[in-house]
Design a protein around this ligand. Structure first.
Ligand code: ADP
Length: 446
């Protein structure tokens, strides 16, 4: 600030002296001429007039030069105008250079966008097509007449509109079955910049097929393993129930029973995950939540027999939820059995159902072993365990929270985990108000 002030005052000083010197010069010349003819004051007046005529001439040349389209160096002019013209010329030359560089950069960006394999579409503030690259032309069969058309005329799919309206908050984009070719899949991602938007569309058909293959493989393997495992389990149980079994085989049989049960739980969980992933729409109804939670509480009491925790249930809300009773029961019971499993004997478990600002909240808190901060974000990954030894010992499959995540996703719910090592954990599930479908007539607190 101080620097620019001192710069402009020194420029004013230069300008003032450049003109003032010429003024003195022409007044001096006029005075000498006037003195020679005995009319000194008139001589000074003539000098002044001459000075102004020269200024006017210089100003005219300056204005022609400023208006000229081709930037030639400024013409020869006397006084402060030369200084102004030189400064202007320098800054214009600099500006031109920057402009040329920018143009070069824009050309490069444009040609790289054109060469891109993915479709790129620039949308204006009214969601109309402004510009697109060659891949967009091929993938969406765009023609020049489409310029100015709304994107929703082009991609007339409800899932796209739903995603598009949520793009103000960052998200991963939406995968759609191509509206041009039902055999193909595309991923759409919108990025906002100012009022405009950049829509990126790329072909993910191969990825989709690979994902489907992975899902089918897990589902088929789990399904195929189920029958032989049931047979093995049946025989092991029959043999171990024999009264005349040799005591040296006793331990072997009990280990076999334990491990086959574990395998059975893993297979059941894998099949459940496959069902959750593959089912486009599951059976939904208005679920009586207080009743469902009372069942969860009763099941938890049975599971709690070996642990001896004190469990309580607070039904502070009577709200019911629109969803799948079976999946909701499975997910919420999973959270409760985890709280029981990961709490040393004689702990306290609290289950609650409460109305909150965003809708409804299910919470289960325990006084258990807790979870270190670095593990919390990864808990819902398949087979992720903080301590695999402990998880196996408690009969865990490592798939419980992955199932919970899927079920919650299908119910538009979010999971929040609060925990600290050795100080217990709280798992909170938030259901949006849009899922609430009336209230239950029962009211129970345990
Ligand atoms: P698992 O079948 O091993 O219990 P989950 O997917 O249900 O698998 O849980 C993943 C891991 O999260 C568990 O192995 C455990 O380490 C941790 N965990 C889940 N719930 C709790 C809890 N309430 N307290 C402490 N750790 C927990």
């Amino acid at each position: 600030m101080t620097n620019s002030n001192s710069n402009s005052s020194s420029q004013n000083y230069v300008l003032f002296w450049a003109d003032f010197r010429w003024l003195l010069f022409w007044m001096g010349v006029g005075a000498i001429g006037g003195w020679y003819f005995g009319v000194t004051p008139w001589g000074i007046v003539v000098g002044l007039v001459f000075f102004h005529l020269l200024r006017l001439y210089a100003l005219q040349r300056f204005s022609y030069w400023v208006k000229a389209p081709i930037q030639a160096p400024p013409p020869e002019m006397s006084g402060g105008l030369t200084f102004v013209a030189t400064q202007l010329y320098q800054s214009r030359t600099q500006e031109q250079l920057t402009q040329q560089k920018m143009m070069g950069l824009i050309k490069k960006i444009r040609s790289s966008l054109l060469a891109l394999q993915d479709a790129v579409i620039l949308l204006d503030s009214e969601d109309r097509l402004e510009w697109w690259n060659q891949s967009a032309e091929k993938l969406l069969q765009l023609r020049s007449e489409d310029q100015g058309n709304s994107i929703f005329n082009l991609i007339n799919v409800p899932e796209f509109r739903e995603y598009y309206e949520m793009t103000k908050t960052p998200n991963d984009g939406v995968r759609l079955n191509s509206w041009k070719d039902p055999e193909r899949y595309v991923q759409c991602e919108v990025t906002h910049f100012g009022e405009e938007k950049l829509l990126l569309i790329y072909d993910v058909t191969r990825l989709q097929h690979l994902e489907q293959m992975r899902k089918d493989f897990v589902a088929n393997v789990s399904h195929e393993l189920r029958t032989p495992l049931t047979v093995i389990m049946g025989y092991i149980e029959t043999f171990s129930d024999q009264p005349d079994i040799d005591p040296k085989w006793q331990r072997g049989f009990s280990l076999m029973t334990q491990q086959t049960r574990r395998m059975n739980s893993i297979i059941n969980d894998l099949l459940m995950l496959s069902r959750l992933e593959n089912e486009e729409a599951h059976e939904t109804q208005c679920v009586d939540m207080p009743r469902l939670l009372t069942h969860v509480f009763d099941d938890a009491q049975i599971y709690n027999k070996d642990y001896g925790h004190f469990i309580d249930l607070h039904l502070d809300s009577q709200d019911n939820l629109y969803g799948s009773e079976m999946y909701l029961n499975s997910a919420l019971l999973n959270l409760v059995t985890n709280a029981i499993k990961y709490t040393p004997k004689g702990g306290e478990i609290s289950i609650s159902w409460t109305a909150v600002k965003e809708g409804c909240m299910f919470a289960v808190s325990d006084t258990g072993i807790g979870i270190a901060k670095e593990h919390i974000d990864r808990l819902t990954e398949r087979f992720y365990r903080v301590d695999s030894g402990r998880s196996r010992a408690t009969g865990g499959t490592g798939l419980g929270l992955a199932i919970v995540k899927h079920v919650l996703y299908q119910h538009d719910a979010t999971l929040k985990i609060e925990s600290s090592e050795d100080h217990g954990s709280t798992f909170k599930v938030f259901f949006p108000a849009s899922r609430i479908c009336g209230t239950s007539s029962n009211s129970t607190d345990a």
